[in-house]
Ligand binder design. Structure first.
Ligand SMILES: Cc1cc2nc3c(=O)[nH]c(=O)nc-3n(C[C@H](O)[C@H](O)[C@H](O)COP(=O)(O)OP(=O)(O)OC[C@H]3O[C@@H](n4cnc5c(N)ncnc54)[C@H](O)[C@@H]3O)c2cc1C
Length: 282
């Protein structure tokens, strides 16, 4: 199908974008278009105006200052996968980026678009929750900062107001060892289940995605013994409302948590090359 008729405006500043969004409440921001355009083609959404933010240079930065990583909302998934400092200091993010769709999607889709879209099976919402990131949002009243743990409300739902823009994500250097794993039906598909695990030696957190209406971060013990760890994953899962509550989804969630934990034991560079050896031919 083709989208319903719409107006189109390209902007070069956040202020221009916010003004257009404020003046036309059913307007929508378009960034990479990888989620919005399919929805428009199916007429599941019919914005009267598209505000194209791709010309806003101020949203295209990646800055690592030794304490925080700041990623502008227009940074593409593939840029995160390829970024040398992200690979070095946040390998888990570079690995997670490679699991997003196919190359063509990663080459256009943006981190800001992914956060605003809030698909519960997406990597970036879970990554920001797992790494306790903060999300900067700009609207008519200026900039406000929202912890990722409070940003996602449920299926495709966030605290963003219609006249607000995601401008950047700020991610603190992780205190713990981190690992990531996900499983999808085919390479490039959305995850059936995925997990980020932080291990602080004997205890830590698991953040699951694809299994509930939004990413969920749960504290857990992390014993050295694998059987005891499996018990711990089960217990952590037991407290959650799982999407379809099927046995197989629970099984996959436990498997992914365990695999992510195993990955958290790998040194960063080795983790990246092992993942690369797994290969993404797309
Ligand atoms: C075949 C296919 C497979 C995919 N697989 C995956 C996958 O495995 N994992 C995954 O995470 N994603 C996947 N995606 C989605 C992809 O990652 C998108 O890039 C992402 O969800 C949205 O980013 P975008 O920049 O394309 O946003 P757009 O499509 O342009 O916009 C999406 C939504 O966010 C809003 N928006 C965009 N930018 C902003 C902003 N800065 N501030 C406020 N609102 C904004 C738009 O108004 C719209 O509502 C897939 C997509 C396709 C088509």
């Amino acid at each position: 199908m083709k989208p319903a008729a719409f107006e189109y405006q390209r902007v070069t500043t956040v202020a221009e974008a916010v003004k257009l969004l404020r003046d036309a409440p059913d307007a929508k921001v378009i960034a990479g278009g990888q989620s919005l355009v399919p929805l428009m083609n199916f007429r599941l959404t019919r914005p009267s105006l598209l505000v194209d933010v791709n010309g806003i240079k101020a949203l295209q930065h990646v800055v690592w200052d030794g304490t925080y990583l700041r990623i502008g909302s227009l940074v593409r998934h593939q840029q995160i996968a390829d970024h040398a400092e992200i690979q070095k200091h946040f390998p888990v993010l570079a690995v997670a980026a490679r699991h997003i769709g196919h190359w063509a999607i990663r080459n256009r889709g943006t981190i800001g678009g992914s956060l605003a879209h809030a698909d519960p099976a997406s990597e970036w919402p879970a990554a920001t929750v797992a790494l306790q990131a903060e999300i900067d949002v700009e609207g008519p009243q200026g900039i406000r900062t929202v912890p990722a743990s409070e940003f996602f409300q449920g299926y495709y739902s966030t605290v963003l107001q219609p006249d607000e823009l995601v401008v950047a994500v700020r991610i603190p250097y992780p205190k713990f060892r981190l690992g990531f794993a996900e499983i999808a039906r085919r390479l490039g598909d959305f995850a059936l289940a995925g997990a980020f695990v932080e291990d602080d030696g004997g205890q830590g957190f698991v953040t699951w995605f694809g299994i509930a209406d939004k990413p969920v971060r749960v504290h857990t013990v992390l014993p050295d013994n694998m059987e005891a760890r499996r018990e711990a994953w089960q217990q952590a899962l037991g407290t959650l409302a799982i999407a379809d509550d099927s046995k197989s989804r629970r099984h996959l969630a436990v498997q992914m948590a365990e695999r992510a934990w195993q990955h958290s034991r790998l040194e960063g560079g080795k983790y990246l090359s092992e993942e690369a050896a797994g290969g993404d031919p797309l």
